[in-house]
Ligand binder design. Structure first.
Ligand SMILES: Nc1ncnc2c1ncn2[C@@H]1O[C@H](COP(=O)(O)OP(=O)(O)OP(=O)(O)O)[C@@H](O)[C@H]1O
Ligand SMILES: [Mg+2]
Length: 289
């Protein structure tokens, strides 16, 4: 598909598999007329169209400065193949594993720019979260949903629900979130520009959801000072979001419960590490995000 798409779009070299197999999309590297390109080929046509549409929007909104998204060079619908400039750098997950200390600041800076495009202040309404937690508690206790420690989950979820009254109407914000905001969806190039990748969502949501998923990534990777890293993430993200600390703590609890509710009975090592972080954060009485 990448070969066919390249031929039709008149660019240079034979594509080479950049990341074969596995995921929902395959990536191929090639040399385009104006430099190296990356071709993302999806199995699913609807997903391809959604991602391409959203990447076009984000690339337009973040087209200058130190925080950007790669533009779409071409989209071949029949091949479900999108061409974009290939970023000459490393993703932040790899940099973090290598001990690159700036990663939390870089991630916070990019996310602040991204949310900044759509961010709007808004009084907090926890109704959606409270109802979602009620449905989860029911599903877990009746074993329609099998997760580790169902009774502990129900207790913790009721504890978070009980905070709802105290957070209603407090300062918070809404923004179009990334919804897959992992360190591997951010790259740093040789000029110090930070690039976001892998866009799809176009709906408004709690912006702190993205801060939380970055927090999980920062805290689950080996050997670093997790709390210090998250403090740096939040500080560099910070001013973009004026959310009340009580709302932050409530949302932090909800996001931790989301991790727990999505942990299978026999978790992988990664799922287990994420559950460990969520469990740790659920015990906190002050927000880290
Ligand atoms: N334009 C690019 N230039 C350089 N490297 C890229 C580029 N786009 C993606 N990559 C690399 O490939 C990896 C996977 O890309 P991407 O996040 O788009 O795919 P994915 O996570 O498999 O997508 P999906 O979640 O849609 O299945 C990234 O983490 C990054 O390391
Ligand atoms: Mg990705």
């Amino acid at each position: 598909m990448a070969v066919k798409a390249l031929a039709r779009h008149g660019v240079g070299s034979e594509p080479r598999a950049a990341r074969p197999g596995g995921g929902a999309a395959h990536l191929f590297a090639a040399d385009g007329a104006d430099g190296p390109i990356l071709i993302k080929v999806w199995a699913d046509a609807d997903r391809a169209a959604r991602q391409v549409r959203r990447q076009r929007q984000v690339a337009r909104a973040l087209s200058a400065g130190a925080c950007r998204a790669p533009g779409v060079l071409f989209y071949d619908e029949a091949c479900r193949a999108m061409g974009m400039p290939r970023i000459d750098g490393m993703d932040l997950a790899a940099l973090w594993r290598e001990g690159h200390a700036d990663v939390p600041d870089l991630a916070g800076r990019w996310l602040r720019a991204y949310h900044g495009v759509t961010l709007r202040p808004c009084p907090f309404d926890p109704t959606g979260q409270v109802n979602w937690l009620s449905r989860l508690i029911e599903a877990v206790l009746t074993r329609q949903r099998n997760i580790p420690g169902p009774d502990g989950f129900a207790k913790a979820a009721r504890g978070v629900q009980a905070m709802a009254g105290g957070v209603t109407g407090r300062a918070s914000a809404r923004a179009v979130t990334h919804r897959d905001m992992t360190l591997s969806n951010l790259m740093l190039d040789r000029d110090g520009t930070i690039w976001g990748l892998d866009f799809e969502n176009k709906r408004e949501d709690e912006p702190l959801r993205d801060v939380f998923t970055l927090t999980l990534d920062l805290m689950t990777h080996n050997g670093q000072d997790g709390d210090g890293a998250v403090a740096r993430l939040v500080q560099s993200y910070g001013a973009a979001d004026g959310t009340d600390p009580a709302v932050r703590l409530f949302l932090q609890g909800c996001f931790c419960l989301w991790v727990w509710a999505n942990t299978p009975m026999t978790p992988s090592a990664r799922q287990l590490r994420r559950l460990g972080v969520a469990d740790n954060l659920l015990q906190r009485t002050t927000p880290v995000i």
